[in-house]
Design a protein around this ligand. Structure first.
Ligand SMILES: [Zn+2]
Length: 314
């Protein structure tokens, strides 16, 4: 065998190993099931997005990684994606995210709050506030204060920057950032083919790592430590130039309109670490939009209770 062929085989081996590294952390079954057996190369788009972002975070020497992404859709559902099987939780008083004691803080980015469907930033902000207040007032979160922080004008989000739709902002201005309404192309880039017209909004959660990129559990609760969460809304809905003009974002609207508070309640449910389930049963956290829904249902509350009843104790 010539030296050239050996070198080639060596290269192929390295490629194979790195391909294994990339696919190994695929934990949850949903993503794997959705993948076509014909194309070994086709990593689920949401997972590919997380991995691409994490390569850049590692290259920058930052001690956070994108951990989970969940898509809220109209029509067909999309699998959620996670890097690790182990779940994540906010850590009370975590100094790394500048935690405000035991509170969970949120911020609404006003700069991207207006919609192509004609809503003003103040309208979408009020609807998002209403969604968060619903969770804050719910029985499972009675020992948690979900506190709003003012948008002081600084860029409060980072995930959009990795896809060319914004700058790398300050990720620690609040625990949860409702980052506003972004172009259809952003959702196509993150969600893959069809994402631009199918994804209403998504939630992305980052976790903390040590200097070597290994996830931390500083309070020993057997959960990875949540660093931040960002929520993005798709502005194609109600844009007259697009094929989703017939499903405009609105306030307290029924289908075919898309109700901002309903989507905000759903998305910020993820921000408060509740995952998708059903249907059945019917729930705010069903993965596909089912019309106006402003009140958490029993399964939502049971899920939240499991997460938050022991707060602020590990
Ligand atoms: Zn969702």
């Amino acid at each position: 065998m010539s030296r050239r062929i050996l070198a080639f085989l060596g290269g192929a081996l390295v490629l194979t190993v790195s391909a294994c590294d990339r696919t190994e952390p695929v934990a949850p079954g949903a993503a794997v099931v959705e993948r076509s057996p014909m194309s070994a190369q086709s990593v689920d788009p949401g997972l590919a997005a997380l991995l691409a972002v994490n390569e850049q975070l590692a290259a920058r020497g930052l001690s956070i990684r994108a951990e989970a992404i969940e898509f809220f859709t109209i029509g067909e559902g999309r699998p959620s994606n996670r890097i690790h099987q182990q779940e994540f939780r906010w850590v009370p008083g975590d100094p790394r995210r500048l935690a405000q004691g035991d509170d969970i803080t949120y911020l609404v980015d006003r700069s991207d709050g207006a919609t192509a469907s004609g809503l003003k930033s103040a309208q979408t902000e009020a609807a998002i506030d209403a969604g968060l207040l619903t969770w804050d007032d719910s029985e499972p979160l009675k020992t948690v204060d979900v506190v709003k922080l003012a948008d002081r004008g600084a860029d409060p989000d980072i995930f959009d920057s990795f896809f060319g739709f914004g700058r790398f902002g300050n990720p620690f201005l609040a625990d949860i950032v409702n980052a506003g309404w972004l172009p259809r192309a952003f959702f196509e880039a993150v969600g893959g083919p069809g994402g631009g017209r199918g994804i209403l909004a998504f939630s992305v959660t980052f976790i903390f790592t040590d200097d070597d990129g290994v996830p931390t559990d500083i309070n020993g609760d057997n959960y990875l430590d949540t660093a931040l969460n960002e929520v993005y809304y798709n502005d194609t809905f109600g844009d007259r130039r697009d094929d989703r003009a017939g499903n405009p974002w609105g306030i307290n609207v029924v289908l075919p309109g898309i109700d901002v508070e309903t989507v905000a309640l759903h998305e910020n449910g993820h921000s408060l670490e509740l995952g998708h389930f059903g249907p059945p049963p019917a729930a705010v956290l069903n993965p596909v939009y089912a019309g106006l829904r402003h009140v958490p249902l029993a399964p939502d509350l049971a899920g939240m209770n499991a997460i938050w009843s022991s707060w602020p104790n590990p």
